[in-house]
Design a protein around this ligand. Sequence first.
Ligand code: BTN
Length: 328
Amino acid sequence: MPGPKPQGERLLRLLREADGFVSGQEICRRFGITRAAVWKQVEALRRQGFSIEGVSSMGYRLSQEPEGLGVLALEPGIKTLRIGGRIIVSQETGSTNEDARELGRQGAEEGTVVIAESQTAGRGRRGRRWASPPHTNLYLSVILRPPLAPADAALFTLLAAVALCRTIREMYCLEPKIKWPNDLLLDGKKAAGILAEMEAEQDRIHFLVLGIGVNLNMTEEMFPEEILYPATSVSILLGRKVQRAGFARGLLESLDREYDGLLRQGAAPLMKAWMEHSAHTEKRIEVNTPQGPLKGRFLGIDETGAMILETAGGRRRTIHVGDVVKVR
Ligand code: BTN
């Protein structure tokens, strides 16, 4: 249920696609509006943080996007089939996963995205806290309504991990790795996490919330002291800040592609891609499970997303819940 399109949305798209200046006359012609109406729209966009140059002999040119994520609610500019028809951006919330769950219960459409500039109660797996300082990173939750059984829900953590890897690789030429089950590593340190939550009955998923937190512009000093694992951010690796809205767009498009692939071709290509990005394929690892620590060789994952571990004596164990604590 997308809301009414904001003023200036078409003009913004035109300026984004143009390679340089677009004349006022051309804008008037395309939209069938007066010069005064064009000026009003330019002013509306400027108030929303866009830098738009206006030169009387040449027209208008978009010279800078606003720094914040609010622009995604205004005009997402994404090319997707199912994800992002409605994008809600807030300055601060408790947890975007919590907000998305509430919206899901109220019947929000598949693909609805909830984004916040900061979270006061951002959560990770197993009740952990997710550091969510303002205007720094990306905290995003997507509502999906896949026509699948609850047993397939774990595939969505794999899907998000693959989409994250592909986006970071394509946009920044970095080589992220996936640490089972849901951590994304850069240079061996955690840079993103995934929290998939589901509301279902016995044989049908009502909806699924795919929550993703990515450390984009976090500096070393910003990480909390009591952090469990070594952590890093994209900007630490790149040595420069990244444009967060652009990253969010890329990630939503990538999630959409992987989701389409899963619905059309099933889980096999997704699992293959996951294995290609896995941080510990064939390596000896140690996993903390609710039943205690286990050591063995990581063989891969099954179609439920569970880990297959070869323990002493060549015995194969399937592990559904746990944390990889050591890789050798
Ligand atoms: C983990 O690594 O344990 C998962 C972290 C997931 C964090 C994201 S941030 C957006 C969404 N909202 C939350 O409260 N959590 C997820």
